[in-house]
Write a protein that binds this ligand. Structure first.
Ligand code: HEM
Length: 169
């Protein structure tokens, strides 16, 4: 291979890399922030539920919140808000973008989204009710470990579905 054709190869590789690089603009920043918030609050909610189940619940219901139940309840509310907001934004953006590029996402993607959303509603409801102050909350807390097992299973399914959805775009 001559020096000249090696140079051409290197230049075409550089041009390809530049074409593949993300366009860094306002929309790029919003999408990045949305993804960061989604992952961060998934970690807070999922991690909090895992810690409750694995460490605190076996020590009894009273050990679960150490008298600071309302603090966890507030974080559950904040995480729910951010997860729904960033999740809907991600979904709408991915669907629109794929359509604009002439390669719409298949129905399997939308089905996975529907299942993920329903499971997430279950997780939000359980996390809120287990941290709540109603008589229903007291009733459910009597079976804390069982409800946390179910809720944590839903969290795992949500994360697996999230990872699967990513393979579509
Ligand atoms: C317990 C609640 C939730 C957890 C633990 C969770 C977790 C995750 C995780 C780990 C990802 C992959 C992140 C990435 O690779 O960027 C993801 C992606 C996503 N989530 Fe959630 N999520 C939750 C709730 C929601 C809700 C309520 C919605 C919709 C309103 C939603 C919509 C999405 C969408 C659209 C994606 C992007 C999927 C893709 O790459 O195509 N999520 N979620």
């Amino acid at each position: 291979m001559s020096l000249f054709s090696a140079d051409i190869d290197a230049l075409s590789l550089l041009a390809q890399a530049a074409a593949d690089a993300p366009q860094i603009d306002g929309m790029f920043a919003v999408r990045l922030l949305s993804r960061i918030f989604h992952i961060m609050f998934a970690v807070i909610l999922g991690g909090g539920l895992f810690y409750l189940r694995a460490v605190l619940a076996p020590a009894g219901v009273d050990a679960c919140y150490a008298g600071r139940r309302a603090v966890w309840a507030r974080w559950v509310g904040i995480a729910t808000l951010f997860l729904i907001g960033s999740g809907l934004f991600n979904y709408i953006t991915f669907v629109r973008e794929a359509k604009a590029m002439g390669d719409p996402l298949p129905s399997a993607y939308h089905m996975l989204f529907g299942i993920k959303f329903l499971l997430a509603l279950f997780v939000f409801f359980m996390a809120a009710i287990l941290a709540g102050k109603t008589s229903l909350a007291d009733k459910l807390r009597a079976n804390m470990a069982m409800w946390l097992n179910l809720t944590w299973t839903a969290v795992m399914a949500i994360i697996i579905i999230g990872a699967l959805m990513r393979t579509y775009h």
